[in-house]
Ligand binder design. Sequence first.
Ligand SMILES: CC(C)(COP(=O)(O)OP(=O)(O)OC[C@H]1O[C@@H](n2cnc3c(N)ncnc32)[C@H](O)[C@@H]1OP(=O)(O)O)[C@@H](O)C(=O)NCCC(=O)NCCS
Length: 374
Amino acid sequence: MAVDFSSLSLFRATPTQITESRRRTLAEWGRGLTLEEHLARDASQDQFDGSRDGRLITWVLAPRDDPQTLEFKCACETYRRTGLIKANRTIKVVPCYAIASVFTPPENRDKGFARHMMRLLHWVIADVSLLPAREYPAAWGAPPLKVEGTRNGHFSALWSDVGHFYNACGSIPGTREGWVVRGTATTVWDVDSSPAIDRTVEWTWLDDSGVSELWVNDAETIRAHVEKSDNPGPSFSYLPTDGVASFQHRRLELFLQRLTMPPKTWGVASPDRAAYATWTIDPRPPAPRTLTVSRLRADAHIFGELVGRILELARKHEVKRVEIWNLPTELEALAGTLGAETHARTEHLPAFKWYGKESEADVAWVFNERFCWC
Ligand SMILES: CC(C)(COP(=O)(O)OP(=O)(O)OC[C@H]1O[C@@H](n2cnc3c(N)ncnc32)[C@H](O)[C@@H]1OP(=O)(O)O)[C@@H](O)C(=O)NCCC(=O)NCCS
């Protein structure tokens, strides 16, 4: 029997629904953890800077007449973040969102629940003036209730492991589409077969607090760059501060602590701090141990030396693979001369939704790098 979507709505999960949503993901995302470890890991992430103070919200698609049921259809998470947009020559700091953990349990799959949940999600995160309630499709019943601190987003993004599925999840059927995949270029070094690259200057290695300080200055650099954007349409970027970029390495702490020599270095910077890279290391088998650069800034003349430092750190921690997302074209070509290969990634596809009136085709995502992934 076809599902009557108007009988369902999107609700902020209760504490017991949050636990249930996490329990459901153990088999697919637990990566060998026990249920207790899996839940404890999620609970510790709730205390991260990027999650605290209402930034992280778990949503459930549930019957309107029983919103607190533990038999909700599916769930997802949103992280409220700070972004920059440049439109009509004006730069603005705005709330925006990153979306994670979209999950329907196997017994509920292929009934359209995730699609409907994601269609409704726009209506709880998009700025109320950009997506006014009067446009809400009547066929979906009453709009979801407003949750404090939401309905203020100017754009949102997710990193899809299910291809272009989220493009079919628009806020208004037929006229406003969903999230659009943008920027899947991935540059990869096989560490063992990569050449050693000498240094000509003294680089500074950065620990957890060192990279956090770096990202404060980096946010200014990002702002200056967005301000200069020459895209004829709007441009936007996420900012790495407030725990956004640090999430990349902190979320893997439980696994990293199990290594004989847990890494403590999360970035490297040139003496004048004009060139730098930050990263995370994923040690979870069966994939080869991978260092993924979260943020990189370098001119062509120093890029090779910076790559040399990243490979040096990778070797120290028995990393097999180094990966950078969406290098600028000039650096991508240089990376090719330094032993890297670039391909279009088929997982974690960055996909964004712009809530302004412009089409996504006219909008530029600046600094579409790993740091904003979640
Ligand atoms: C992906 C997922 C959320 C879909 O939930 P659902 O409630 O079954 O979704 P819907 O019924 O609304 O839509 C099903 C569509 O998703 C597509 N889909 C499911 N898994 C897919 C995959 N791995 N790759 C591409 N498309 C996929 C189906 O083909 C179907 O497409 P169709 O409607 O064109 O036939 C669910 O399969 C799931 O939880 N998977 C495991 C976790 C996961 O991968 N989450 C996504 C992380 S980005």
